[in-house]
Ligand binder design. Structure first.
Ligand SMILES: Cc1ncc(COP(=O)(O)O)c(C=O)c1O
Length: 361
């Protein structure tokens, strides 16, 4: 029995008929861009998040750029961002005219915290991108207490919760990606900006549509970046199931614990007061690549995601080449994602844990 790294097919199987109906509804409506499906999904998603506004955009990367600009970031500013994240978290910054400044993460949680942020703050820090990496919830309260507005990159954290609310409702604004493999994924590209700040919402709404409110007057140089009607209709079918799927992901992590995974590798530590809906279940091991080869040989899906941290990527070296980020280096060297999904069975969990044990590493 092989175990895939993730499993979207099984999860969506019971919804196939409803999804077909949603697609047919859009076809019948002949409205494809910024119509009733996007409007309804924005309202439903904002209510689910606990924010005043949700603005559908084309993908999670443009969501970040637009949200930063809506928060007032521009040329001459600096934006803090962790280096241990998907490249897009940092890539979204230069198009605003601002400069990325990389900060470290705690390798136990894979998230930034007040300490790693404080080390990187400068008088030019205008904003900070807190990534809820792998679904863990970065401690937004203690970071905001340092006095910098926070944009949450919640691309990997739909369905996670914390004692202060859901990711998305913790900072000044937040962004989501609906890339198909995400906890809430559409059938193409899609993204969302959420905020309870009226001004940020209004700016973001304008920026996603060429910098215009009314298609007559163009006040800003903006973007053509919209979630489309088909994707919104597909996401509306799935949103009511997201909390249940997230419980499934948490249950799988619990099953891993009960099967003794923590005795073989270092398991990710939820941040204080959080209940992550693990988008990826990422363990650490001093010989992660050898472990990966052994697991692949045993039919267990696994992969490292960010072996080269963002500040060492060719396009970013200009801003980060000489930086020493020990937590990032440790996480980058040792991490390995192992199978997780809302429908991972106990049998599959045992199979993964046995394969790790049998590797002898
Ligand atoms: C942490 C993080 N930020 C941003 C993005 C960018 O989202 P998208 O692929 O929708 O542009 C992703 C996902 O791909 C991500 O994982």
């Amino acid at each position: 029995m092989s175990v895939p790294l993730f499993d979207t097919g099984t999860v969506l199987e019971p919804l196939r008929e409803e999804l077909r109906e949603a697609v047919a509804r859009v076809l019948d409506s002949e409205r494809y861009i910024l119509g009733p499906e996007v409007q309804a999904f924005e309202q439903e998603f904002a209510a689910w998040c606990g924010t005043g506004h949700a603005i559908g955009v084309a993908n999670g990367t443009e969501a970040l750029t637009i949200a930063l600009r809506a928060m007032g970031v521009g040329p001459g500013d600096e934006v803090l961002v962790p280096s241990f994240t998907f490249y897009a978290s940092a890539e979204a910054i230069p198009p605003t005219g601002a400069t990325p400044v990389f900060c470290d993460v705690d390798p136990q949680t894979f998230c930034i915290n007040a300490e790693t942020v404080a080390d990187a703050l400068t008088p030019r820090t205008k904003d900070l991108i807190a990534v809820h990496l792998f679904g863990n919830v970065a401690p937004i309260g203690e970071i905001e207490a340092l006095g910098v507005p926070v944009l949450e990159d919640s691309a990997q954290a739909a369905g996670s919760t914390s004692r202060h609310g859901r990711p998305g409702a913790l900072g000044t604004a937040a962004t989501f990606s609906f890339f198909p493999s995400k906890n809430l994924g559409c059938f193409g590209d899609g993204g969302m900006i959420v905020t309870s700040d009226e001004h940020v919402a209004e700016q973001a709404r304008m920026l996603r549509f060429h910098g215009s409110h009314d298609k007559v007057t163009y006040e800003l140089v903006g973007y053509n970046s919209r979630l489309d009607e088909l994707q919104a209709a597909i996401l509306r079918v799935q949103l009511p199931h997201l909390d249940g799927w997230s419980d499934g992901r948490r249950g799988a992590a619990q099953d891993y614990a009960e099967a003794g995974l923590g005795e073989l590798v270092t398991v990710p530590r939820p941040t204080v007061g959080s209940a992550p809906a693990w988008h990826l279940y990422v363990v650490r091991h001093p010989e992660a690549d050898r472990l990966a080869a052994a697991l692949e040989g045993a039919g267990v899906g696994c992969r490292p995601y960010y072996r080269t941290p963002v500040h060492q990527q060719p396009a970013m070296r200009h801003w980060g080449e000489d930086l020493e980020l020990p937590g990032t280096a440790e996480a980058a060297r040792t991490h390995l994602a192992i199978p997780i999904s809302p429908v991972l069975t106990r049998k599959q969990v045992e199979r993964v844990v046995n394969a790790i044990r049998d590797s002898g590493l």
